[in-house]
Design a protein around this ligand. Sequence first.
Ligand SMILES: Nc1ncnc2c1ncn2[C@@H]1O[C@H](COP(=O)(O)OP(=O)(O)O)[C@@H](O)[C@H]1O
Ligand SMILES: [Mg+2]
Length: 438
Amino acid sequence: MSATASPRRRILIIDDNPSIHQDFRKILSAVEGSTSLDSLETAIFGAPQSRAGGAYSFEVDSAAQGEEGVQLVEDASREGRPYALAFVDIRMPPGIDGVETTARLWKADEDLQVVLCSAYADYSWEEVAQRLGINQRLLILRKPFDNIEVRQMAHALAQKWDLSRQSRRREEELAQAVTERTRELQATNARLRQEMEDRAKLEARLAQSHRREALGRLAAGMANEISSPLGFVSTNLNHLRLALEKQTGGSPLEDPAELLDACREAIEGMERLKRIVQDVKLFARVGPQPGVAVNPRKVLDDSLARAEPNLGPRIQRVLELREAPDVLASEEALAHVFLNLIVNAAQSFPESHPEPRIRVSLSAQGPDVSVEIQDNGSGIEAEHLEHIFEPFYTTKPGGSGLGLSICHSIVTGFSGDISVDSTPGKGTTFRVRLPRAA
Ligand SMILES: Nc1ncnc2c1ncn2[C@@H]1O[C@H](COP(=O)(O)OP(=O)(O)O)[C@@H](O)[C@H]1O
Ligand SMILES: [Mg+2]
């Protein structure tokens, strides 16, 4: 706003005496810069360029009665051209008095600044305050009034009216901004929740398809694995049958030692088949499961006890079992995992190992529980390391190669994970992480 374009504010005079209307009009409509009032005003409100925001020109309306004034204020408000200020006479017979008028004015427009004018001590300030409430929009002016005082009041109250409207607008804007921001945050929240749900669904579908893939590989591996023991079982059995047929045909029996060997081989083949079938059964049973709260310490103790025959007296056990919360799993499946890892560790020591040692540790780590099974055995060569979780991958003569793939299925089925760290010649550490039960 430029220094010359002073803002125009509306003032309403409510007084039963028409000559007072004229007085106010004269005082408030004085041409700027043309009277001594202006130099005084400049002294009060500052130099012209700073007056831009502080000085006003006024449009003055008048009413002779309180009701008429209230009507004007209501109309002005409705039309969006509100009054900034009203000078209200206290006594206005025969109508309502100035205090009552003021109360009604504020009902019509809560921003309106009011100056109550009185020639008499009609009301004490306390009485007025009591009727209207302690109020910052109210001043009292004694008649006969001083022109400068009136003009000064008009400017000060017009500015106050501006400021209070500005601050209210600002508050409304802030409240609006807060509402919008809250709405945005809620929308973002909802979106995030939806994304998380979608992700969980996707992960479940992915786990399902991984499992189908693993089962497919398992079936293929199983056909492959089974064909060789089946082959020599049937060769040996045929051999035995032929020998027995010869004997029942009257020919002398072949070397019994050789027949016994054939028998043993067939039985060994059957044993291998049995082991494979057992592991496959277990593999086929595991899969994503809801899980219950399981005490990992108890399961570890259990698995260690069950592994005793595989450990023997020579292997040193180091147990670091700290307090840990329950995990979401199944006791039986988890025991199977730990037992497998301990037995693998026990099988990692060459005969000649001077100091075979297995360390088992349990600890809580953030939202998870971690179990480590570490050995100082042979370690795993890089070329094997990348395959050890595949079904039927084994480096052991007579091994099924299903142990780790079953462990992997079980642990991931309970939303955990299993990882390995190994240095050939130094040893291996398997780490199982499971989410704690809520
Ligand atoms: N603690 C370990 N130390 C060295 N090698 C290991 C260890 N655990 C597993 N392995 C390797 O991983 C392979 C796969 O193990 P697993 O699935 O349990 O089948 P299996 O024990 O029948 O061979 C093993 O043949 C071995 O080569
Ligand atoms: Mg094994």
